[in-house]
Ligand binder design. Sequence first.
Ligand code: MSP
Length: 511
Amino acid sequence: MNKNYYITTPIYYPSAKPHMGHAYSSIIADFFARLKRIQGFNVYFLTGTDEHGQKIQRAAKEKKMDPLLFCNEISKTFRDLSDTLNLSNNDFIRTTESRHARSVENLWNILEKKGEIYLSKYSGWYSVSDEAFYTESEIEDLDGTKKAITSGSKVEWVEEESYFFRLSNWQDKLIEFYDKNPDFILPETRKNEVVSFVKSGLKDLSVSRKSFNWGIKVPSNKEHVIYVWLDALTNYLSALNYPNENDNLYKSFWPADLHLIGKDILRFHAIYWPAFLLAANINPPKRVFGHGWILSGDEKMSKSKGNILDPLEIIDTYGLDPLRYYLIKEVSFGNDGNISQDKLESCINSDLANNYGNLCQRVLAFCDKNSNFEVPDYDNFTDDDILILDQYSKHYENLIKYSDDQEVNLYINFIVEQLFAANKYFNDQEPWKKKNDKFRMNTIIYVALELIRKVTILLYPIIPSSSLKVLKIFGIKEDKINFESIRDNNYLRKGLKLSKLDILFKKIEKK
Ligand code: MSP
């Protein structure tokens, strides 16, 4: 089995500071990166910023700044956010780097040489905010302003000489590709939208612009800059040192296993990107997953709508792991979701403080008082013990499948069930009444410690720093976390001295 795994976030436009929607894409990607790593995969996790195009050029101009200096500043806030979100990314790519220009130019040259690109004239609608071309049927007139129906962004009329990519030639091959790779686009509902869009007919795509200059120049005609989406998508190759196809990174990690993106940019990833790659004779990625939006009320949270929630403020107030946990659990993955402080507080109290935190604290406190804060020697397991311990081996294959199929909610639901079950087990077994049956009491402590260890391993990709604090009490370091060990019911060695655990999550007094 190929044990390499390449996962990417979208690269973010540094047109304004990051918001919760961006944090969401990154946190989910980090969840999968960590999950795959503890399953023994050699993971390459990429994120970065998408710095060319008219949108960025205009944003820089508004600030009266040189575009590159402007990008340097805002790209840094995204890089800092990656640290604040505790992302385990291996690289952070900026499309203004020379390694990227080399890769885009190479891809362009191949497409041009193969006759997939030709020079003509574009006239039609363009949205700078979406960096997308729209047909007449995709726009509407709202109070005298023309807007794209799907995004609500303003469009403007463009008429200029442009290079075109022969997308219309790839319609049948794309359909064939989707048929052969039924899981290429997930979730299923999104896939159906894409397939019917492709079946309804594809027009050739304008892939260069002449009326501004902030981008990578067309190698054979410096008056044109390459369309920002052709430029941006290629980042996934550039980071692997493409065009050097003999490079180890490229050989190990291309094609990508998972491009994790928001549903608004599915068309670019699920239609244009595989078409460019097929046309250049490069394997397309294995999967594109389009997640939903973080809403503010009923609307997409976005800079242009001015309804953004700052992830940094939330993290300052509540800490990072609660935010990660909330976004992963409370947003039904693939659908839109909401975040509010009130909901976040309820989630922290019920799941993190009462359920998980409480389990850890009470078991450890009992162990401290009654078994010298050591993993005790234990007697035979009873049926009750085995029943709860075995849940992990019983559901092991399912958990792997949830990871492979991006079934985030099924994965976390299993954890929540196990947390309830573990607390209930400890209550029902009443170890405090077994002081004259030392072996039974010790066995209950042992089982409870094993349950904490197992569930904490499952929690690690969601709340890494809190999980590491808990695993540390058992002496388990980050690079030794082994997903498979959740199947083991006797992992903890008797006599192992445990170390202290500080309060993990403070309960929030709600007003
Ligand atoms: N630069 C392009 C992506 C190029 S990838 C080759 C872009 N950038 S973006 O900054 O506008 O958006 C980046 C990601 O953030 C997208 O996946 C988008 O869906 C996501 N989000 C932006 N706002 C969002 C929400 N309110 N909710 C969830 N994610 C959303 O598009």
